[in-house]
Ligand binder design. Structure first.
Ligand SMILES: [Zn+2]
Length: 68
Protein backbone atom coordinates (compact mmCIF):
# COMPACT_ATOMS: atom_id res chain seq x y z
CA UNK A 1 0.00 0.00 0.00
CA UNK A 2 1.57 3.33 -1.08
CA UNK A 3 1.92 6.01 1.53
CA UNK A 4 -0.06 8.93 0.19
CA UNK A 5 0.18 11.01 3.33
CA UNK A 6 3.53 12.44 2.21
CA UNK A 7 1.75 13.99 -0.73
CA UNK A 8 -0.86 15.83 1.30
CA UNK A 9 -0.36 19.32 2.64
CA UNK A 10 -0.68 19.11 6.42
CA UNK A 11 -2.80 22.21 6.84
CA UNK A 12 -6.16 20.91 7.97
CA UNK A 13 -8.05 17.67 7.42
CA UNK A 14 -10.30 17.89 4.41
CA UNK A 15 -13.73 16.44 4.80
CA UNK A 16 -14.97 14.38 1.90
CA UNK A 17 -18.28 15.22 0.27
CA UNK A 18 -21.06 13.59 2.33
CA UNK A 19 -22.87 12.71 -0.87
CA UNK A 20 -20.27 11.06 -3.07
CA UNK A 21 -17.11 11.01 -0.97
CA UNK A 22 -15.09 13.22 -3.27
CA UNK A 23 -12.90 15.97 -1.84
CA UNK A 24 -15.03 18.96 -0.97
CA UNK A 25 -14.69 22.24 -2.81
CA UNK A 26 -14.20 25.52 -1.06
CA UNK A 27 -17.17 27.18 -2.75
CA UNK A 28 -19.60 24.43 -1.88
CA UNK A 29 -18.12 23.15 1.37
CA UNK A 30 -18.66 20.61 2.76
CA UNK A 31 -19.83 19.31 -0.60
CA UNK A 32 -17.77 18.77 -3.72
CA UNK A 33 -20.16 20.56 -6.04
CA UNK A 34 -23.43 22.54 -6.10
CA UNK A 35 -25.06 19.40 -7.39
CA UNK A 36 -24.27 17.33 -4.32
CA UNK A 37 -25.30 20.24 -2.17
CA UNK A 38 -28.63 20.24 -3.94
CA UNK A 39 -29.08 16.49 -3.59
CA UNK A 40 -28.55 16.67 0.13
CA UNK A 41 -30.99 19.53 0.49
CA UNK A 42 -33.67 17.72 -1.47
CA UNK A 43 -33.25 14.57 0.53
CA UNK A 44 -33.53 16.51 3.73
CA UNK A 45 -36.70 18.21 2.56
CA UNK A 46 -38.34 15.06 1.22
CA UNK A 47 -37.36 13.18 4.36
CA UNK A 48 -39.25 15.69 6.46
CA UNK A 49 -42.35 14.94 4.44
CA UNK A 50 -42.01 11.17 4.61
CA UNK A 51 -41.87 10.79 8.38
CA UNK A 52 -45.51 11.57 9.39
CA UNK A 53 -47.40 9.37 6.89
CA UNK A 54 -47.11 5.60 7.26
CA UNK A 55 -50.46 3.98 6.54
CA UNK A 56 -49.58 1.24 4.05
CA UNK A 57 -48.02 -0.98 6.72
CA UNK A 58 -51.36 -1.43 8.45
CA UNK A 59 -52.53 -3.91 5.83
CA UNK A 60 -50.02 -6.50 6.93
CA UNK A 61 -51.15 -6.39 10.51
CA UNK A 62 -54.71 -7.45 9.72
CA UNK A 63 -53.90 -10.91 8.39
CA UNK A 64 -51.40 -11.79 11.11
CA UNK A 65 -53.84 -10.90 13.86
CA UNK A 66 -56.77 -13.02 12.68
CA UNK A 67 -55.36 -16.37 13.67
CA UNK A 68 -57.26 -17.83 16.57
ZN1 LIG B 1 -20.13 15.18 -4.03
Amino acid sequence: MPDSTTNVTPLRPRRPCPECGKPSARATYPFCSPRCKDVDLHRWLSGAYVIPARDDEDENDVSSDAKD
